[in-house]
Design a protein around this ligand. Structure first.
Ligand code: SF4
Length: 304
């Protein structure tokens, strides 16, 4: 892979030689493969989703719950990392299918797009029939989404921020919204409105929005922008309250840091949930009790 421009960071580095800002060379690294029961109900039916947690991330949010695998530690490695070839990855997809997974849930996959497309192709040739879920932080280019045509049938994407100063302070990405909305519109264009087989989503787009403490006005702006883009009846909305301050570090905005050191309040979450209803979104809410670190998987485990 040369001159990587897979995500909006557009590092233009040769990843066969060096890592980009996502922390990844072209060697596939994974920290956990599991049958996952804690995703949205429509993507973890039966034995659960077949979750593959990739190492590295184009974003690097200062509150990342998976920071142990999204960023390298001082020893230059991701926690629990294991290298996979494309063929080995394809075999894991087939093994997850044998174990009863209801889909292949690719978590933080963007930086490995070409290798994943090839692994899915190989696995399909060997009998993989499960829907492929692209579980992304939303910091994608529309071009990368076009690349995934014919590979991905379900997008599970974040829409984190509307305000560029907020996305700069919390994810060092002032251009987050512009890229996230353009890629979301491309996702909807590609896979269309949600399609279910029984309880299982087999095609469509789920948009996750995490309500952050002290950022209610931005959550409001996010939902209004989605509604203004005509997306209320084209997506499943997953409104999340699981922010936990345990992982918060490295933010230089003092005022923001003060509010980010607490959990979201019932008032903050409920007012955004009421707005989502009034704008016509359908989907999922979340219990505030889910804001606990116990819901973060342990890393370096490949048995399932
Ligand atoms: S995927 Fe990684 S190397 Fe490629 S542009 Fe994004 S951050 Fe840079």
């Amino acid at each position: 892979m040369s001159l990587c421009t897979l995500c909006p960071r557009s590092c233009s580095v040769d990843r066969s030689i060096t890592a980009g800002r996502c922390g990844c060379t072209d060697e596939i690294k994974i920290s956990r493969i599991m049958l996952h029961k804690w995703e949205e109900p429509c993507i973890c039916t039966g034995a659960g989703s077949g979750a593959v947690f990739f190492c590295g991330c184009p974003l690097g949010c200062v509150y990342c719950q998976n920071s142990a695998i999204s960023r390298k530690s001082a020893n230059g490695a991701f926690e629990g990392e294991k290298s996979y070839s494309v063929t080995e990855l394809a075999r894991e997809f087939l093994h997850l299918q044998e174990k009863g997974a209801c889909n292949i849930d690719l978590v933080s996959p963007t930086q490995y797009t070409p290798q994943i497309i090839e692994a899915v192709r190989l696995a399909k040739n060997e009998g993989l029939t499960l829907p492929i879920v692209w579980n992304t932080g939303g910091y994608e280019t529309a071009e990368n989404i076009r690349r995934l045509d014919g590979t991905v049938s379900v997008y599970l994407t974040d829409m984190k921020y509307r305000d560029s100063e907020l996305s700069r302070a919390l994810s060092n990405a002032p251009d987050y919204y512009d890229h996230a909305i353009a890629s979301l519109l491309e996702m909807v264009r590609r896979v269309g409105k949600p399609v279910f087989e029984g309880d299982r989503l087999t095609k469509g787009v789920i948009v996750r929005h995490l309500v952050l403490p002290g950022c209610r006005h931005d959550s409001k702006a996010v939902l209004e922008s989605l509604a203004n883009a005509g997306l209320a009846d084209s997506i499943v909305l997953s409104l999340m309250s699981q922010y936990t301050p345990d992982f918060f570090s490295g933010c230089t905005d003092e005022k923001l840091s003060r509010s980010m050191r607490r959990r979201v309040t019932s008032f903050e979450y409920d007012s955004i949930a009421a707005l989502a209803d009034s704008l016509g979104f359908a989907g999922y809410g979340q219990e505030r009790s889910s804001a606990e670190t116990k819901y973060t998987p342990t890393w370096g485990n490949f048995e399932y």
